[in-house]
Design a protein around this ligand. Structure first.
Ligand code: 13P
Ligand code: SF4
Length: 360
């Protein structure tokens, strides 16, 4: 294993999670919901807009995306789908880096988000200037960044990867004899390093949600449910990943829930994913992996406070007003698009299934 570098505090003074929680939109009441959903559907059609949602957002948005010809999926599929879709406007229900990726790939399109302040601790914990200095200090490395980064950080990278394609990309680079500078998630980076044996320098960021899963409590929960299989996102700490029966992106975890021969699952990723898992596997039982609860850095307990900022009411508002459009500095786009295009081309080359689950 190579040297470890760049400790970086992930709690960002400008965007603490308390601000995100305070901005979670009101849940519309049962009486107003049907009209609201009908209005959003009408506006999506009138504005030639497509809704692209992540599995972690509110179930209503996931269902609405699928009901209107959009998708709910993982980060790789979200990028790919928005890129190929002919709609003039892409509405991204997720976090900011997902909206930025859509804009970088589609600079001619309008990209809207229910709330532009929906951040990500990995993105916040990797400021472009410090990251650039880190790259300058290691010019011998191929720079691989996770999708959960700003456009400026992507513009400094050779490759962008998501959790569903990180392993094959780094394996490919290792076969070429390349040394890898990885950012920002230390857990995913460590997992990739262990699985591929690649020579990697790791930025020390982490996800505030996945960082909170606790191995001791997970072992106790497994003891109570001895037949349950553990599904873990690789942003989880190493001790959690080591206890998992399946490690993968959100889409890969949902597919595992469908295909693995078990009736019970313990899920170590944001609990927004349970909606799709329970819809697709109504006979199976899904339990949340234990977090630290009170005293945890992320008081959300298995739910991303920034993903929670997406709701039906602010979605309707952005479609009505056109506010919350994502802008990426046009000077950055030509450089930032290269690592993303490289990833998408590689996914095609190795026939990596990028499509999510759909309603099947
Ligand atoms: P996926 O690409 O697996 O959907 O992960 C995105 C993410 O932010 C996980 O926390
Ligand atoms: Fe970022 Fe973690 Fe939220 Fe995913 S769950 S968007 S990695 S803070």
């Amino acid at each position: 294993m190579s040297e470890k570098v760049v400790p970086y505090a992930y709690e960002h003074p400008g965007s603490p999670t308390s601000v995100a929680w305070a901005k979670v939109p009101r849940e519309p009441g049962a009486a107003e919901k049907p009209e609201l959903i009908a209005r959003i559907k009408r506006m999506l059609k009138e504005q030639d807009a497509v809704l692209v949602a992540h599995y972690y957002v509110h179930a209503d948005l996931q269902d609405l995306a699928e009901a209107t010809g959009g998708i709910v999926s993982d980060s790789l599929d979200m990028a790919n789908f928005g890129h190929r879709h002919p709609a003039k406007t892409i509405v991204v229900a997720g976090v900011r880096f997902m909206g930025e990726t859509a804009k970088i790939l589609n600079p001619e399109k309008r990209v809207l988000m229910p709330d532009l302040k929906a951040e990500c601790s990995l993105d916040l914990g990797c400021p472009a200037d410090e990251f650039s200095a880190f790259c300058d200090a290691h010019p011998d490395c191929t720079v691989v960044v996770y999708a959960n980064t700003s456009a400026a950080v992507k513009a400094r990278a050779d490759w962008m990867v998501t959790s569903s394609i990180a392993l094959p990309v780094v394996k490919h680079l290792k076969e070429q004899g390349r040394k890898v500078l990885w950012a920002p998630d230390r857990h995913l980076g460590g997992y990739v390093q262990e699985q591929t044996g690649a020579d990697m320098l790791l930025w020390q960021g982490s996800c505030i949600v996945h960082d909170e899963y606790k191995a001791k409590e997970l072992i106790e929960l497994k003891a109570k449910h001895p037949h349950a299989k553990v599904l873990a996102h690789p942003e989880s700490p190493r001790a959690i990943v080591q206890l998992a029966d399946m490690v993968g992106s959100t889409t890969q975890l949902i597919k595992a829930a469908q295909s693995l021969d078990a009736r019970e699952f313990i899920v170590a990723t944001d609990n927004g994913i349970m909606h799709k898992m329970r819809t697709l596997c109504p006979d199976k039982v899904f339990l949340e992996a234990p977090t630290a609860g009170v005293g945890a850095t992320c008081t959300s307990c298995s739910h991303c406070p920034w993903m929670a900022m997406n709701g039906l009411l602010n979605l309707a508002e952005v479609l009505e007003t056109g506010k919350n459009e994502i802008h990426v500095d046009p000077a950055i786009i030509p450089r930032a698009v290269l690592p993303i295009e490289r990833m998408l081309a590689f996914a095609r080359q190795i026939n990596l299934p990028t499509r999510g689950i759909g309603n099947a």
